[in-house]
Write a protein that binds this ligand. Structure first.
Ligand SMILES: Nc1ncnc2c1ncn2[C@@H]1O[C@H](COP(=O)(O)OP(=O)(O)O)[C@@H](O)[C@H]1O
Ligand SMILES: [Mg+2]
Length: 424
């Protein structure tokens, strides 16, 4: 990855623009892709303002909130990604290195707010091919893109022509994603743990983006469980309702860097929950499923309009029950309610959490009481509260544990393991 610099003899720092007529390029409002090289170009930055600014300098190229989001849409033909200043963050550089390690067709140019020796070193070690200081000159940027583009190879199977789409923008034409709602009529049953771990596992397996929505609008804790510091929440998505499309929504999602999962967190203040109606929530999910392979939804422990709306549009509803009598009693009531509401029973799948022999409640007894067969049994294990407190899901922090294995098995019923994406 660092060989590019070895070949270039370190002249990246003073930015030569070999063979590029920067003046002409600048004057003639650049085309959407770096012109002569015919290389597709995109902008990656968390900040929509920065995205828009850089994209405008390149004549309006597509933008992505994260490199993981871009990676999910790459098709094998060369792409140069201009990484905006928020990508200078060490954690993002690590994530970008991981993506670059399995996408030889992708080259990156970092535009940094401030150039320092340590940032340069770090960026170069992470596989970034060039670093420019912000505000960047459009001509210089285009010349750099051309130079980086010339080093990229299409990966096997991709036709190296400019007619081949370099990436599948928002998965157009793809099948709508599956909606999986994780529900229980009992608090503390393990909904959030299961939703978060299932979503992370699916994000690792899927070629397309996977999104997790925290629809526990008052007390959602997905952001805490995944140690995220979200810039936007469901409140922003609902506020943008009139203009809501894939690009807008993609900008509001927070990326779980370790897995590439996209997260739409619950409002930061419980009081905002009232602002969100079932119709609005359903619309958000419908937009997400246009470009995600799976949309996983965590819910509160009671029925309300939002929950009922979400259950109605779900392909699968994972009904979570803990292995104790109050849990089973409440889940039984929940099931009766769902039957009364004419919810198709085929989409209900029972997940028994903390299903160890030690709890002295027999699985078959529970199944008989609920008149549903358990699809998934998740053991009780101290690794779960440990992982919750660390903010790292069990499937990542304790992948060999029985809990992680059960969740991976559950994820495998949605995306078989053959499709598993390479992750380090
Ligand atoms: N299989 C399990 N083994 C041990 N502890 C668990 C298990 N599942 C959940 N927990 C613990 O129970 C707590 C409640 O789980 P959570 O997913 O937040 O429930 P819910 O979202 O249904 O209210 C979590 O903090 C976690 O530590
Ligand atoms: Mg919860």
């Amino acid at each position: 990855m660092s060989s590019f610099f070895a070949e270039e003899g370190g002249d990246w720092f003073d930015q030569p623009t070999p063979g590029a007529d920067a003046g002409t390029v600048e004057a003639a409002a650049p085309a959407p892709t770096a012109p002569s090289a015919g290389i597709a170009t995109v902008v990656v930055d968390r900040d929509p303002g920065v995205q828009a600014d850089l994209a405008a300098k390149l004549g309006g190229v597509p933008t992505f909130a994260s490199i993981e989001e871009l990676a999910a849409r790459l098709t094998g033909t060369p792409v140069v990604a201009v990484l905006g200043p928020t990508c200078s963050h060490p954690e993002i550089l690590v994530a970008s290195e991981r993506v670059l390690s399995y996408h030889a067709e992708l080259g990156t140019v970092l535009v940094a707010d401030e150039l320092s020796t340590s940032l340069l070193q770090q960026a170069l070690r992470s596989g970034v091919k060039d670093v420019l200081a912000s505000p960047v000159d459009p001509g210089e940027l285009l010349a750099t893109i051309e130079r980086v583009g010339a080093t990229l190879q299409p990966i096997a199977g991709a036709a190296p022509t400019t007619n081949t789409p370099a990436f599948d923008e928002f998965g157009e034409g793809a099948e709508p994603g599956k909606v999986i709602t994780v529900f229980s009529t009992k608090g503390g049953a393990g909904k959030s743990v299961i939703a978060a771990n299932l979503a992370v596992s699916l994000a690792q397996r899927s070629e397309r983006p996977v999104c997790l929505i925290d629809a526990d609008l008052q007390f959602g804790d997905i952001a805490v469980m995944l140690k995220l510091a979200p810039q936007h929440t469901i409140v922003d998505a609902v506020a943008s309702q009139d203009r809501l499309d894939e690009a807008m929504l993609a900008n509001l999602l927070t990326v779980h860097e370790a897995s590439g999962l996209l997260v739409l967190p619950a409002p930061l203040e419980p009081a905002f929950a009232d602002q969100i109606g079932a119709g609005e929530m359903v619309q958000v999910v419908e937009v997400l499923r246009r470009f995600c392979s799976h949309v996983v939804i965590d819910t509160p422990a009671y029925f309300n309009d939002v929950v009922l709306g979400l259950i109605e549009i779900s392909d699968d509803v994972l009904l979570v029950a803990g292995m104790d009598i109050p849990n089973i009693k409440n889940v039984k009531i929940g099931l009766q309610t769902l039957r009364l509401l004419n919810t198709p029973m085929e989409k209900l799948r029972l997940v028994l959490n903390r299903a160890n022999s030690k709890v002295k409640l027999d699985v078959s007894e529970v199944e008989r009481t609920l008149q549903v067969t358990a699809e998934s049994l998740i053991p009780s294990d101290v690794v779960v509260p440990q992982s919750v407190n660390k903010g790292v899901p069990v499937v990542l922090s304790a992948p060999r544990s029985g809990v992680a294995k059960s969740i991976e098995e559950l994820a495998g019923t949605f995306i078989a393991v053959e499709g598993k994406r390479k992750r380090r």
